[in-house]
Design a protein around this ligand. Structure first.
Ligand code: FBP
Length: 398
């Protein structure tokens, strides 16, 4: 009989993981790289924006996992040097945030949004993690030299960084941070647009705002980072959704989930159903119906709700079903648009219950709306109930 450690080692070996607590294995098998090349060898990866195409040189690549830089770079989908540089700076920010949320230093930072009120004299009040994460991302974007403006959920107004840089970045630096004291997964969400040169002559505040209020249809890239048992960066450049897992032994994000396809139909719904009595009739009926297995899919649905949007969305992408927040709570610019872009790139849908999210023109930076993300058949069935947006919003303590 094998010893437990032999069994664990074998299991990990077979699943291509390289944990830091075990001796390093020989180079990782070729599986993901080969799969990726095989799938994309002659396939046009042009997005609806018509920008990115696979470079055929990828066929001749060497062994091992594909890093995100390789994927995005000249040997991969070739999104352009500027975007590759921007991504490498974003990656650095995400690694710093991943380290921070997992660090004992959290406790001295004051994890919760309220921060630590008790401070020794002469010492600054610790900043909550969402503020620190915001600063980390802003500093990376500044260092990249590629970003004209950043709009963040943590800032009242967009920050103009530099003239003539190509990109606009919108972000929720640390979503789900209210859960962090319990070490529940959190995430970063981001979207990238091209700067609109036609606005260049406007006053700074105005051009910063209008560049940030672009419709989701114009996103050229988007993604989220899940800080959980693994740190996963799931991204799209408009040519499918791909997830990269942080290999802590090398510090690289490596392609582990190429070309994610959300199941057309899932069996999981994700919602804060303590709000049931504030829901409109249509939403109650929909949930009652699928719970009982009386919907179009004749199986009883199961509920999962982490209350951390990135984690709930990631699970939905992997397993299918629908993740929702039916009240005006989540932000169009920072959350709904980037995640809807990813959902669509994976074959899913993003809706406000009536309309496609990516078609909505933002009118305010911090605009909130109901959000439904998930499998196409589930979203279509939900929308067919008509009355699914929660308009009663009394304010909730937790
Ligand atoms: O309280 P609700 O309606 O369940 O909302 C929970 C949602 O709010 C969030 O915590 C985001 O809220 P904040 O933007 O206020 O941090 C999501 O992560 C989560 O999905």
């Amino acid at each position: 009989m094998q010893s437990p450690s032999t069994t664990i080692t074998a299991t990990i070996h077979n699943s291509n993981l390289t944990p830091i607590f075990l001796p390093k294995f020989p180079p990782n098998p070729l599986r993901f790289r080969q799969e990726f090349f095989h799938r994309h060898r002659s396939v046009s990866m042009a997005s609806s924006f018509g920008r990115f195409k696979v470079n055929s040189k990828m066929d001749n690549s060497s062994d091992g996992f594909l890093t995100i830089t390789e994927y995005a770079g000249k040997g991969g989908v070739n999104v352009g040097d500027d975007l590759v540089v921007l991504f490498s700076h974003l990656e650095y920010a995400f690694k710093r945030i991943a380290a921070l949320v997992a660090s004992p230093v959290n406790f001295s930072l004051g994890k919760s949004s309220g921060g630590n009120q008790e401070v020794d004299s002469g010492r600054d009040k610790p900043k909550p993690l969402d503020i620190v994460s915001n600063e980390i991302i802003l500093s990376s974007l500044k260092n990249s030299g590629k970003v004209a403006v950043m709009a963040s959920e943590e800032d009242d107004a967009p920050v103009w960084i530099t003239d003539n840089a190509q990109f606009v970045v919108v972000t929720d630096p640390l979503d789900g941070s209210r859960n962090i004291d319990a070490s529940i997964p959190t995430g970063t969400i981001f979207g990238i647009y091209n700067r609109l040169p036609e606005l260049d002559n406007l006053p700074t505040e105005e051009k910063a705002m209008l560049n940030s209020l672009q419709s989701g249809n114009r996103l050229i890239a988007a993604g989220y980072v899940l800080y959980s048992s693994a740190t996963i960066l799931c991204t799209t450049f408009g040519s499918g959704a791909h997830a990269f897992t942080l290999d802590r032994s090398t510090g690289d994000f490596v392609l582990t989930h190429p070309d994610i396809k959300i199941p057309p139909r899932g069996q999981i719904y994700s919602v804060n159903d303590a709000r049931y009595f504030d829901w409109p009739e249509g939403l109650r009926q929909y949930i009652d119906t699928i719970r009982q297995g009386k919907g179009k899919f004749p199986k009883k649905y199961s509920a999962r709700y982490i209350c951390s949007l990135v984690a709930d969305f990631h699970r939905t992408l992997m397993y299918g079903g629908v993740a929702m927040n039916p009240r005006d709570h989540l932000r169009l610019v920072y959350e709904a648009n980037p995640l809807s872009f990813l959902a669509e790139q994976a074959g899913g849908k993003g809706s406000d219950g009536k309309n496609r999210i990516l078609g909505i023109q933002p009118v305010k930076l911090h605009q909130r709306l109901p959000l439904f993300l998930g499998s196409p058949e589930d979203i279509e069935e939900l929308e067919s109930y008509g009355d699914v947006q929660q308009t009663v919003n009394p304010g909730y303590d937790v």
